[in-house]
Design a protein around this ligand. Structure first.
Ligand SMILES: O=C(O)c1ccccc1NCC(=O)[C@H](O)[C@H](O)COP(=O)(O)O
Length: 219
């Protein structure tokens, strides 16, 4: 089965090119002002053109207003919305209808009980992204480079389409794939040389590690 791979927090042509060359299925752009990965909607619109027809462009927002979402959608024409705040099922349904776009609901998890939070979104969110809970004091709901215990995903209903996220990197992706066998993976800090600075070489290394892990499993 194909593995979805999302490289998130892209801001430069070089990093985007590396993500596409590696075979990313999704490329993410962050619209959260406090993030070192924040990109202006117009710039994301320019960048995303390189991904058209190659990878899905994902607009990552956090409890965004309709006005800001209108601006983002008009400027970058995303293929998908990633809702990374405390959006309710009703809000997810409302945004899907307003923009006629699929939605990926991000949920932060640390223990098996957290997966119960998926239930109200079933039949509403098209995909899920399971991320670690932000460390104390972090101003960012995502992109913290922190992993959660992947074992808890064993309790998840097999029909849930999700991306495993949080603290992934070239060194641990093999274990993550082996333990959780997720339909998709998502990475941001693990391919950066500094917060918000994507490193094309690290992106390439990550894809190599993913391929090696998958080849090992097939052997
Ligand atoms: O990355 C950010 O700065 C960010 C800010 C606000 C909301 C979401 C954000 N990132 C969303 C993502 O999908 C990240 O890829 C995900 O949290 C994993 O990040 P990391 O642990 O750094 O790989």
């Amino acid at each position: 089965m194909a593995l979805d791979i999302k490289i998130c927090g892209l801001k430069t042509d070089g990093a985007l090119a590396a993500a596409l060359a590696g075979g990313a299925s999704h490329v993410g752009f962050i619209f959260f002002a406090k993030s070192p990965r924040y990109v202006e909607p117009a710039e994301a619109g320019r960048l995303r053109e390189a991904a058209r027809g190659k990878a899905k462009a994902v607009a990552v927002t956090v409890d965004a207003s309709d006005a800001f979402l209108d601006e983002i959608v008009a400027a970058m024409q995303p293929d998908m919305l990633q809702l990374h705040g405390s959006e309710t099922p009703d809000r997810v349904a409302e945004l899907k209808a307003r923009y006629n776009l699929p939605a990926m609901k991000a949920l932060s998890v640390s223990e098996a009980a957290d997966l119960e939070r998926v239930k109200p979104f079933i039949g509403i969110a098209d995909h899920f992204l399971f991320d670690a809970k932000p460390p104390k004091g972090s101003e960012l709901p995502g992109g913290n480079g922190v992993a959660f215990d992947w074992h808890i995903l064993a309790g998840l209903d097999a029909g849930v389409d999700y991306m495993l996220s949080g603290g992934l990197n070239a060194a641990n992706i093999g274990d993550a794939l082996r333990l959780a066998n997720p339909p998709g993976i998502d990475i941001s800090s693990g391919v950066e040389s500094a917060p918000g600075v994507k490193d094309p070489a690290l992106i390439e290394l990550f894809f190599r590690a993913v391929r090696a892990a998958r080849d090992n499993r097939a052997a």
